[in-house]
Design a protein around this ligand. Structure first.
Ligand code: ADP
Length: 498
């Protein structure tokens, strides 16, 4: 074990070191086309490395390797598979600092508040699923005394996983760990904007797992993701991304009649009743809106309904707290808020902010301050904006922005606010803040969301099923249920003993 890869905490050097590869069949592999694309540091605009430009030929090679490996992997006892995944978790834990620094460099998310935390949650997710190998149990069914009747949980085969850029490490862990513990092999397609840290994770895992069990490709969605979804040997697709692409993936999977898990967008409501603990609710809006991640979260509490009696006080306390957050170099330990991921997203967020500012009656509270360091003057920094008195049908109030933009609405009537909270195409998460148990219980039943919290705003937790309703997606992740229901087939067996 002494020959294990040592952590490299210089993210610039590490970005160069891992550039230009996929990981296929246990090896760092150049793309079939020989083509690369640039990976850019969004805090400076500088190119930090190159990613392999994958296409259908790479997909074929990776899926063939995964299919070969899966046959042997499925024969490894389930608990042993789990132990190996837990070992990957421990190994990744030894690399938290390097992974945190690299993901901060390529995504612009601040190291202290976001990127290091994400790297440690990645390791934890592997450790969690690593303990679940022996849970791949079936049932016995009292069908007939002469017939022993049972169900078996069997792996599906090769899983195709497509991940986005906003939390690439957490999301890849939520897909790889359960799929592989369940006896599948997997081919991951990373996001164009964040390919390097995801690649590094899979490179590190090769030190523990047999070759071909976990593979990763980088490349463009239509050129590399689409052939992965369509590949005849891929028996399951797990996707996190936009609603638009989710529908394309769902249609392609329907052509092969394979199961799909989709984690898509959100525009999550947060309801603050007049009796809420105000300070706690303001803190919940900060974490819920993911201001430290520039709001780049599908779970972001971006529609905040505050009772008229406390509305103005809530807004001023929230603004003061966001004002106190420091924007700056993502790698600087004193930075709270880094950058938006890419010029396209920067444009999109800016467009929504302008639309809000132009909306009649709306007030834009622009928070915090742009960094003054000249080295960052090409950085994709966006000052957080809190809109008040904004029309609920205006685009910033209704549509997913994926940026640091929160809309705060006044309400007076509980029935009305529940209806407004549910008046959305999305249903990923919701929170309610109140000291009244009856209101809390009633709201938890009536809010249309996959994840409802009262008086807190936690992020995704290993153990708890995570996934939305309506346009927010299909299926669950991060839990035992997710592994059993979404990464196995249930086979019914009858043994006639007469
Ligand atoms: P975002 O707006 O966050 O970039 P996307 O849904 O476009 O959201 O991207 C999420 C992931 O889906 C990325 O890895 C992207 O490359 C991939 N993707 C995009 N288009 C397709 C497609 N047609 N088929 C499969 N994957 C795709």
């Amino acid at each position: 074990m002494s020959s294990r890869i040592q952590p490299n905490t210089d993210p610039f050097a590490l970005a160069r070191e891992v550039s230009g590869h996929h990981v296929i069949d246990g090896k760092m592999t150049a793309p079939a086309s020989g083509r690369m694309f640039d990976v850019v540091n969004p805090a400076t605009g500088a190119v930090i490395g190159q990613a392999a430009e994958g296409g259908a030929a790479d997909v074929d090679i990776a899926v063939a390797a995964a299919a070969r490996a899966q046959k042997e992997w499925a024969k490894v006892p389930a608990r042993q598979r789990g132990k190996l995944i837990a070992e990957c978790g421990r190994l990744l834990n030894d690399h938290v600092e390097e992974l945190g620094r690299l993901v901060a460099l390529e995504t612009g998310k601040a190291l202290r508040t976001e990127s290091r935390v994400e790297a440690s949650v990645l390791a934890d997710m592997f450790i969690f699923f690593g303990g679940l190998g022996s849970e791949l149990k079936g049932e016995t069914i009292p069908f007939n005394p002469d017939m022993l009747t049972m169900t078996l949980r069997e792996p599906i085969g090769v899983v195709g996983a497509i991940i986005p850029w906003n939390v690439p490490l957490l999301l890849m862990a939520m897909k790889i760990a359960p799929a592989v513990v369940a006896g599948n092999s997997i081919v991951v397609k990373s996001a164009e904007e964040a390919p390097l840290t995801a690649l590094r994770v899979v490179q590190l895992m090769q030190q523990v797992l047999p070759p071909g069990v976990v593979n990763i490709l980088s490349g463009d969605g239509p050129a590399c993701g689409a052939p992965l979804v369509a590949h005849p040997k891929v028996g399951k697709v797990t996707f996190t991304g936009s609603v638009e692409t989710g529908k394309i993936v769902y249609k392609a999977a329907a052509e092969k009649l394979i199961p799909v898990t989709l984690e898509l967008g959100g525009k999550s409501p947060m309801i603050v009743m007049g009796d809420a603990d105000l300070e706690r609710a303001v803190g919940g809006a900060i974490t819920g809106m993911r201001f430290t991640r520039q709001g780049q979260s599908c779970t972001a509490s971006s529609r905040i309904y505050v009772h008229d009696s406390i509305h103005d006080e809530f807004v001023s306390r929230l603004k003061a707290k966001v004002d106190a957050m420091k924007m700056g170099d993502p790698l600087d330990e004193t930075t709270d808020i880094g950058t938006i991921i890419s010029p396209d997203q920067f444009e999109k967020v800016g467009r929504y902010i302008r639309l809000g500012q132009e909306t009649k009656g709306a007030k834009a509270h622009v928070c915090s301050a742009l960094p003054t360091d000249p080295a960052l003057n090409k950085g994709l920094f966006v000052q957080p904006v809190i809109f008040t008195e904004i029309h609920p049908d205006s685009p910033p109030a209704k549509e997913e922005i994926f940026g640091p933009v929160a809309c705060i609405f006044r309400f007076t009537d509980y029935e009305e606010v529940i209806a407004r909270a549910n008046d959305s195409e999305y249903g990923l998460a919701a929170t309610i803040w109140t000291r009244d148990l009856k209101t809390a219980m009633d709201a938890t039943r009536r809010l249309e969301a996959g994840f409802v919290q009262v008086n807190q705003n936690l992020v995704v937790q290993a153990t708890l099923s995570y996934g939305g309703v309506k346009n927010s997606g299909l299926g669950k992740e991060a839990s035992l249920e997710a592994m059993l229901e979404h990464f196995t087939h249930k086979k019914t067996v009858i043994i006639n003993m007469t």
